[in-house]
Design a protein around this ligand. Sequence first.
Ligand code: 5MM
Length: 342
Amino acid sequence: MNAQELIDTARTLVAGDKGLLAMDESNPTCNKRFARLGIPQTEEARRAYRELIVTTPGLGEFISGVILYDETIRQSRKDGSPFVKVITDAGIIPGIKVDAGAKDMAGHPGEKITEGLDGLRDRLAEYSQMGARFAKWRAVLAVGDGIPSRGCIEANAQALARYASLCQEAGLVPVVEPEVLMDGEHTLEQCFEVTEELLRMVFNHLYTQRVTLEGMILKPNMVLPGLTCPKQETVDEVADATVRCFLRAVPAAVPGVAFLSGGQSGELASARLNAMNVRFKSRLPWALAFSFARAIQQPALEIWQGEEARVPAAQQALLHRAKCNGAARRGEYTAAMERTSA
Ligand code: 5MM
């Protein structure tokens, strides 16, 4: 492992006003999203959609890195150019999702443990050879009656730390994604408590597994009320709670926090990220960036609908969301940006 290279890559991923675009939906997730819009759920349709994304003109102006899925990293444009080359030529760093998904956890009804550590060292070596410079692993924690349990938090935190350590050994920057889900009636305060406990546990394990914090990125949820909670806090209240929670639990050595969107609308995700940067940017030890999938892709997918003729309009919509999030990183995003685009 070359520690300085890891640190440089991690810093580049969150430099300036850029962020990550997550396009690492597994085939089942991608197919589910296609099915809702009547798009065929085939390997070719998934390839064509990913080609639309990686060939979006100007994407590299706002996106520092893209997270690919195993099928996607092996695919090419219709003209034969490998996606990894297209991405790199656009000035974007290719990354790869390496977990094998969240599975039911034994003895813990309603809870999940992310699998994928077996054989990970060999898979990381292969992805690194293919041109990936960072990797991602997602742990999923639901909030509900008596959950998440200590057992679930601890097991997922340990898996994240073991993954991160293997990544750094292979020269890949680990993007560590502990996600507290938005589903449910829980309050913002409950999300705060769970997120703080989870982050503390994750960083304890990262320390125990000797992960270089300067050479990683954290990809967490924002601190939010559950989707069906009757009380929905304002954008500023969410920004305040999120930053307060992270100041308690995220070490200053971490170069960047790149939020997932978790099912928020594109506009809300941009507005909340913007509010955090407006209110706190100059006082924080880490950059506050984005690593959104749905909050960047959704409008483009809805426009595309699998039709070749709609590619340019879909690319425009994708670029627009990337640009809005770039503005949110500077604290310059406004609702007027959405009206201009419409
Ligand atoms: C939480 O999901 C990650 C961020 O996406 P959103 O911004 O839409 O919340 C995302 O990278 C996720 O890990 C991938 O979409 C892969 O998900 P699956 O379920 O296909 O493994």
